[in-house]
Design a protein around this ligand. Sequence first.
Ligand code: HEM
Length: 122
Amino acid sequence: MTLLTTNPDYRKYATFAEFGKDESQMRSSEELEVFGTSVLMAIDKMVASFDDVDAGVAHLQSVGKLHAKLDGFTPNMFANMKDAFMYAASVAFEDRYNDQVEQCFQTLFDFCIKYMQEGLQS
Ligand code: HEM
């Protein structure tokens, strides 16, 4: 949500975040829920394919490439989401969140971002 409220560049792509909507309207948006679920499912699929890393990488690249049709979309738009993912992970892990868990999520998100950027630019 912070990403959307502080970065108008991101809002133009999202129907749930069209200008005029305030934060509470965005939070109750069904489109936001659907989009958030797609994003998390893409990451979940990577984690689930740890026994077939090539397939996981190919999926990340294809999800990255999907974004190439969005006008003005740049590779760093994926990277800019990292802080939001890290924050979500810290909330989900509550008191189990520690330096080691944080390091694991850093590695996971860097990995996902790297291959999505690769797909976007392919
Ligand atoms: C790591 C970050 C991201 C992941 C994992 C991700 C994942 C996905 C996935 C899986 C879809 C396909 C949804 C479906 O067809 O069911 C999608 C579509 C889309 N994403 Fe992302 N996304 C990310 C970042 C972004 C960002 C930063 C934006 C915009 C600022 C964005 C805008 C969109 C839009 C507009 C679509 C719909 C494209 C269409 O089919 O017309 N995404 N994303």
